[in-house]
Write a protein that binds this ligand. Structure first.
Ligand code: UDP
Length: 500
C-alpha cells in the first residue's frame, strides 16, 4: 500500500556547485534554507504521491527529495499503491473535472466508495510508518483523502500539494472543489503551481511553488551534438551505417499494420536533416496530440494545389515569409508524436485509449502523410527514456506542446532550458512560461487545427528570430525554474505547516 522509494539522485550540492553556472544558485539555496531547516528540529518530511515514474510529479520528486536532504532536512519519499482500478478512474475524473472536463455525476456513488475505502486503508498504513512529529506532504488527489484521515487521527502538520490547475472556474471545477473541500481543509497548508489556480477558500493557507527541473539529470544535462546523434542512433530514432550499438530497449514507431517496431522502420524519420516538429507527453487527450496531428495535416494541405492549381498557401498573404524556400520546408517537414508505453504508467488508465485514438487517426491518413508523421513510444527504462527526450528536445526544429489544458508543462520548461524553439498552446502553465514572440510562440487555440497549422507555419518561417527566442527561453528557466529555488520554497512551506 505504501512503498518507500530509495533515491539515488544524480546531483549533490557539491556536484552542482562544481559547475560555475550553478555555484551561486547552490550557495543561495543553502543560505536561504538554513533558518527554516533549523526550525524543523529534525522532524521528518514525508512526500507521498501515487507513482514512482511517469508524469511531472514523479519526475521532480527524486531531485527535490535529494536536495532537501542535502540542505540538512529529513525527508522520505513514499508511493501509495492499490490494485483497485476504480480508485484511479475516480482520481483521474477529479483531475479532468478540475481542468473543466470530466463527469461530475461520477463524483459520488460506487467509485467514491472505493476511493474512500482505499484511502482509509492507506491512512492506516501511513499511520504505521509516520512519527508523531513528522510532516506529511501529499501530492494531488490520489492520496488526498488518506492524508486527511491521517491528520484527523494524529494531528500532525500536513501539506496538500496540488499539481493540477485551471484558470477557468467552470460549474464542474466548482463542484469538484466543493466536494474535495472537507478533505483539503484538514491540511495546514496547500501548495499550487500558479496563483491563478488557487480556489478562493484556500487563499489564506497557500504557498506558490512552480515546478522546476534538474539541470544535470539525464533529461536536462548538456549534450554535445555528437552525443545527441549517438543517443538517437542507439535508440533507433536515426538510422546509420556507421558502427553503433543499439540500446537493449529502443524507441518504437507505429507501423501500417498497427504494431510498433523500432522507430527506424520502415525508414529513417529524418530527424537530423528535415524540419521537425516534436511533441513529447503522456498519452492524455488534454495534451492535444490529436489536434496537433490535424493541424500538421492542414499545414501540409496548404501547399498542395487543388483542382484549379490554387493552394491556400498562395492565397494567404497575411504572413510575409511565404516563398518557395518556405514551401519546401513545409513539404519536407515531419511531425513526431512521442509518449511513454502506456502499459508502464500505472496511474493513467486513459493512456491506452488516447494512444488507440491517435493510432486510428494516423492509420486513416493518406500514404504521404503517414510517412511524415511518426507516432513513437519511448523505451521503458527511465534513464534511457530521459536521454532520448533530452536528445529529441535538442534535435527537433520546433518543440511543440499543444495541450488543451496544462497545469504547468514541464516539457516546456525542459525544452526552453535546452534553447529549443517553442510553440506552446495559450493556456495555463504554458502561457506562464512562454511569452509570445519573446521566447517562443503561443498557439492561440490548441483545439482548432487551423490555429495550430497557422502557428506551425509562422514558427517555421521565423528562422531569423530563433536565436533570440531560444536564448530568452533559456534565461527564463535559469531565473525561475531550476530545482534550487524549488527546494528553498518547499522548506519554507514545511516550516509554515509546522508553525500554523
Ligand atoms: N515524460 C517522460 N516520458 C514520456 C513523456 C513525458 O518522461 O514519454 C516526462 C516529460 O519529459 C516531463 C513529464 O514527463 O518531465 C511531464 O510533465 P508535464 O508537466 O509536462 O505534464 P504532466 O505529465 O505532469 O501532465
Amino acid at each position: 500500500m505504501l512503498r518507500t522509494i530509495e533515491i539515488d539522485p544524480e546531483g549533490t550540492s557539491a556536484a552542482y556547485a562544481a559547475d560555475p553556472v550553478f555555484r551561486q544558485a547552490v550557495a543561495e539555496m543553502q543560505a536561504e534554507t538554513a533558518d527554516d531547516v533549523a526550525s524543523l528540529k529534525r522532524r521528518k518530511i514525508w512526500m507521498v504521491n501515487s507513482t514512482e515514474s511517469g508524469g511531472g510529479v514523479a519526475e521532480m520528486m527524486e531531485t527535490v527529495v535529494g536536495l532537501i536532504r542535502e540542505v540538512g532536512a529529513e525527508v522520505t519519499w513514499a508511493v501509495m499503491e492499490t490494485d483497485e482500478s476504480q480508485f484511479f478512474e475516480y482520481t483521474k475524473n477529479i483531475h479532468n473535472l478540475l481542468h473543466g472536463a470530466g463527469d461530475p455525476d461520477k463524483l459520488q456513488g460506487d467509485a467514491e466508495a472505493t476511493y474512500e475505502a482505499v484511502s482509509r486503508r492507506l491512512a492506516e498504513t501511513i499511520i504505521e510508518h509516520i512519527g508523531p512529529n513528522d510532516i506529511l506532504c501529499v501530492h494531488d488527489p490520489q492520496p488526498l483523502a488518506a492524508g486527511a484521515y491521517v491528520v484527523d487521527e494524529l494531528g500532525i502538520p500536513a501539506v496538500w500539494r496540488c499539481h493540477i490547475g485551471s484558470e477557468e472556474d467552470t460549474p464542474e471545477s466548482k463542484a469538484t472543489w466543493a466536494h474535495l473541500r472537507p478533505w483539503i481543509e484538514q491540511y495546514d497548508r496547500t501548495v499550487f503551481s500558479l496563483p491563478e489556480y488557487v480556489p478562493e477558500f484556500l487563499t489564506d493557507r497557500t504557498d506558490i511553488i512552480p515546478p522546476a527541473i534538474d539541470p544535470i539529470s539525464p533529461k536536462n544535462r548538456h549534450m554535445k551534438p555528437q552525443e545527441v546523434a549517438e543517443v538517437l542512433a542507439r535508440s533507433a530514432l536515426v538510422d546509420t551505417d556507421h558502427p553503433t550499438t543499439q540500446f537493449d530497449q529502443v524507441a518504437r514507431r507505429l507501423q501500417r499494420d498497427g504494431t510498433f517496431a523500432p522507430a527506424t522502420e520502415p525508414e529513417d524519420i529524418g530527424l537530423l536533416f528535415r524540419p521537425t516538429f516534436c511533441e513529447i507527453s503522456r498519452w492524455d487527450r488534454l495534451k492535444g496530440f490529436h489536434e496537433l496531428l490535424e493541424g500538421f495535416a492542414r499545414l501540409k494541405e496548404s501547399i498542395r494545389p487543388d483542382a484549379n492549381g490554387q493552394t491556400t498557401f498562395d492565397s494567404d498573404s497575411a504572413t510575409g515569409h511565404r516563398g518557395d524556400a518556405h514551401r519546401t520546408r513545409i513539404a519536407d517537414a515531419r511531425l513526431l508524436l512521442v509518449g511513454p508505453d502506456p502499459a508502464t504508467v500505472s496511474d493513467d488508465p486513459e493512456g491506452q485509449e488516447t494512444l488507440e485514438d491517435i493510432k486510428e487517426t494516423w492509420q486513416a491518413l493518406d500514404d504521404d502523410l503517414k510517412e511524415d508523421v511518426a507516432v513513437v513510444v519511448m523505451p521503458e527504462d527511465q534513464v534511457r527514456s530521459a536521454l532520448v527526450i533530452n536528445a529529441l528536445q535538442r534535435s527537433a526544429t520546433v518543440v511543440v506542446q499543444n495541450s488543451l489544458r496544462e497545469g504547468f508543462g514541464l516539457t516546456v520548461t525542459e525544452a526552453m532550458w535546452k534553447r529549443a524553439v517553442l510553440a506552446g498552446s495559450d493556456t495555463g502553465g504554458i502561457r506562464a512560461q512562454i511569452t509570445d514572440g519573446e521566447n517562443g510562440v503561443l498557439i492561440p487555440d490548441a483545439s482548432d487545427p487551423d490555429s495550430v497549422a497557422r502557428t506551425l507555419d509562422e514558427v517555421l518561417g521565423s528562422k531569423e528570430q530563433w536565436d533570440e527566442w531560444s536564448l530568452n527561453a533559456h534565461r527564463n528557466v535559469t531565473d525561475e525554474y531550476l530545482v534550487f529555488r524549488q527546494v528553498t520554497r518547499w522548506i519554507a512551506t514545511a516550516r509554515n505547516a509546522v508553525e500554523s
